[in-house]
Design a protein around this ligand. Structure first.
Ligand SMILES: Nc1ncnc2c1ncn2[C@@H]1O[C@H](COP(=O)(O)OP(=O)(O)OP(=O)(O)O)[C@@H](O)[C@H]1O
Ligand SMILES: [Mg+2]
Length: 440
């Protein structure tokens, strides 16, 4: 059969080389699917419409007189299947394209967020270190790289900062770090847990530079310390001078008056005035001794803390109506002079407060020797409130001394339930030029 004849037979709706006529229309599936795959549902609909238009034209022009209803139905069903297949394929292509587009948009947003986060992370002026759950540094920002060096990444945090992450955060005080260019700075660490889905626990440690504030505090501490030192030196000088001169003279005067009063040659009318003079001189000596002890008890330097506290509690007992007890725990020993003086001053001020403010019946001073020297002064008086603490200078003075000695202080009190002032001082250290305990 020549090609010419074939075309004529096709135009007349006959089978082509034995292929049933409906299959001819189904060949249109190829361009329809091609359009669906490349242009989606819209492409499939457009191509199906175009094919339908061609077939309708073909029937009208070529087969109009021969169209049977069966033939028409077969052709219509073929076209409907063609259109449905094209639309289904086109729609799934559209859905897949939409999904891909959405994924691309989501990735673009994620890239943008990542870029923004990285910008914030890198440009953060404070050093920021990210560690994994094994304390290994997995990331550093620019400031952290400048501080710790680029080789800090991949190493343990402890290798760069000298402390583990948990120690760093538990201390709650600034950490001293020597930068890669040799500058010593102080940083306050704070950590945030980073949740990574399915990942290990990451922690972001921000090191806030508090060097200026730290230095200001250190200067202030040194200044307060110097004032306390000068005050103590002055008290010591005064107590020695009062002891060596006026007290000796008063003691001499008392002895002299006593001898005169005992002298049988003394005129009887002079005995009364001499005895009065003797009493005055004795009470002046007692008052002067009290003053000297208040300024700087010689017993503290000579015999140590426990005898000095014994003398102090005895003086308080004799002075008022307070029943006062001294308890000593642990092996009493001589300690550095600064430490003994600090402990004595704490007990002295706390006891003064009991006498002045507490309206107490009983008081107890407890001194405990150990790795720390602990002093507590307890009373059963009216108690005090937090606001009361700010009223005078005594408690502030205790705090400054304790701070300087690297110790801790606590005040426990409830209205009507008495007060306990407690301090704890490291025994082996006398005074420290710096202390971290006062950091808020
Ligand atoms: N044991 C105590 N019982 C009840 N209140 C107390 C006690 N100790 C201190 N206070 C209260 O705390 C306040 C502050 O005490 P602080 O020693 O600082 O100052 P002060 O004794 O009033 O004056 P200063 O010590 O400067 O002479 C006191 O005014 C008092 O109200
Ligand atoms: Mg006071």
């Amino acid at each position: 059969m020549s090609s010419h004849t074939l075309v004529l037979r096709w135009l007349h709706g006959a089978d082509l080389v034995g292929i049933p006529a409906p299959l001819t229309s189904s060949l249109m599936l190829i361009p329809v699917l091609y359009a669906a795959l490349n242009f989606g549902a819209a492409g499939a609909i457009a191509t199906t419409s175009w094919a339908t238009a061609l077939f309708v034209l073909h029937w009208l022009v070529v087969h109009y007189s021969q169209i049977t209803s069966a033939h028409l139905w077969i052709e219509l069903v073929s076209m409907a299947v063609l259109a449905a297949s094209g639309v289904i394929v086109g729609q799934s292509v559209d859905v897949e394209r939409l999904g891909r587009r959405r994924t691309e948009v989501a990735l673009a947003i994620a890239d943008l967020a990542e870029a923004r986060y990285r910008g914030l992370f890198e440009n953060q002026p404070s050093p920021v270190v990210v560690t994994d759950d094994g304390d290994v540094v997995v990331e550093l920002n620019t400031a952290a790289r400048e501080l710790l060096g680029t080789d800090a990444q991949g190493r343990l945090l402890e290798a760069s900062l000298g402390v583990t992450k948990s120690d760093l955060l538990a201390r709650g005080t600034p950490i001293a770090v020597r930068s890669s260019i040799g500058l010593m700075r102080h940083y306050m660490p704070s950590a945030h847990h980073i949740d990574v889905p399915g990942g290990t626990g990451l922690a972001q440690i921000v090191l806030a530079d508090v060097s200026e504030e730290y230095q200001r505090r250190e200067d202030q501490r040194a200044f307060t310390g110097r004032i306390l030192e000068v005050q103590e030196e002055e008290r010591l000088r005064l107590s020695r001078e009062l002891h060596d001169d006026p007290l000796q003279q008063l003691t001499f005067l008392t002895r002299m008056l006593d001898e005169i009063a005992e002298d049988p040659a003394l005129a009887p009318q002079l005995l009364g005035p001499v005895r009065d003079g003797l009493l005055i001189s004795e009470s002046a000596s007692t008052a002067l001794r009290g003053l000297i002890h208040g300024l700087r008890p010689p017993v503290l330097d000579d015999l140590g803390l426990v005898p000095a506290l014994r003398q102090l509690t005895e003086t308080v007992r004799l002075r008022g109506h307070l029943m006062i007890a001294l308890r000593v725990r642990g092996p009493a020993a001589r300690l550095p002079a600064d430490l003994e003086l600090t402990a004595y001053r704490v007990a002295q001020e706390a006891l003064n407060n009991v006498v002045k403010h507490a309206k107490a019946q009983r008081g107890t001073v407890t001194v405990t020797f150990g790795t720390h020297l602990a002093i507590s002064v307890r009373d059963d008086g009216q108690g005090m409130t937090k606001a009361d603490e700010e009223h005078g200078l005594g408690l502030t003075g205790i705090r400054e001394r304790i701070d300087r000695a690297g110790g801790t202080m606590s005040i426990r009190s409830r209205p009507g339930k008495g007060t306990v002032v407690g301090v704890s001082l490291p025994s082996e250290v006398s005074t420290r030029p710096t202390s971290s305990s006062a950091w808020p």
